[in-house]
Design a protein around this ligand. Structure first.
Ligand SMILES: [Fe+2]
Ligand SMILES: [Fe+2]
Length: 283
């Protein structure tokens, strides 16, 4: 997918603002931008392109921490806020009601509006590449928690899915966030030129990401999150919209749908599902 670099930079407040973001925040911002562009036209306006994109040219300069702080205070919401909780532009829209006992499929159809196409594309890619069903499921789920919260989404997402999927699937989801910053040509993952071109050559993951990578690299399940990053990378295809039906059997075999409905099964993460189902509850 071709990246409109100028529009991307403008959407974040300009090249200086981008250069001043933390490494992790930069990568997340790019992912969100591409995800928004890949999403089908939603009922509320939310394309990734910025209106009147007239930001500075792509000449990169790395600003100071003071400039980064100043950028934070120019926005009404923080960058890590979930998709459901802030409109890209204008106001948020009314959401359709959820069934009494919502299933994972209900969440895809009614709440995972901003993230579902990206995740479906990723799972579709994994399926075409002959991945295991667990990796395909991990790809299908990996970024959906961004409807609730974006910051540290790998960890949040794994936590939200942990009661319902195998340990291996949760592992793959949790650690894809860290692994995407580290090349592994042997397994078909090259550090994307896209990141290098946009973020510059001095990109360095934050220490907690580095420590996580060091641990996962030696882990017996390393290949699981690695394959999520491999299939994630090429999933940003603007005119490809795989359908959830394609994955119904895999969900049925590997996702333990609670009979009470997600959010109402008394699990330690039920509140996360309720928060996605009812984001307009004030307290
Ligand atoms: Fe991700
Ligand atoms: Fe992703």
């Amino acid at each position: 997918m071709k990246l409109d670099r100028r529009a991307f930079f403008a959407s974040l407040g300009g090249a200086a603002a981008v250069a001043s973001m933390s490494d992790e925040a930069k990568a997340d911002a790019l992912e969100r931008y591409l995800m928004a562009q890949a999403a089908p036209p939603p009922s509320t306006a939310s394309t990734g392109s910025s209106p009147g994109a007239a930001g500075p040219s792509s000449t990169t300069r790395f600003p100071t921490m003071a400039e980064l702080d100043a950028q934070i205070a120019t926005r009404p919401t923080r960058r890590g806020v979930g998709n459901l909780f802030a409109a890209n532009q204008g106001n948020v829209a009314h959401l359709p009601p959820m069934p009494e006992k919502p299933t994972l499929v209900d969440f895809y159809r009614l709440r995972f509006v901003a993230t579902s196409n990206h995740c479906l594309q990723s799972a579709n890619r994994a399926m075409k590449n002959g991945m295991s069903e667990e990796i395909i499921l991990a790809c299908l789920l990996h970024d959906t928690v961004q409807e609730l919260i974006k910051v540290d989404h790998g960890w949040w997402s794994a936590q939200m899915y942990e009661p319902y999927v195998s340990e291996k699937v949760a592992f793959a989801i949790r650690y894809h966030q860290a692994l995407r910053f580290y090349e592994d040509k042997e397994h078909g993952y090259e550090y994307p030129d896209l990141y290098r071109r946009i973020f510059g050559s001095d990109y360095r993951p934050e220490p907690y990401i580095q420590r996580t990578y060091d641990m996962v690299r030696k882990h017996k399940w390393y290949i699981e999150p690695r394959m999520v990053t491999v299939n994630d990378l090429y999933a940003f295809e603007p005119n490809v919209h795989p359908q959830l039906d394609q994955f119904t059997d895999i969900i049925g075999r590997h996702f333990k749908q609670p009979k009470e409905g997600l959010g109402f099964d008394g699990s330690p993460v039920a509140h996360m599902w309720r928060s996605i189902a009812m984001p307009d509850h004030p307290l």
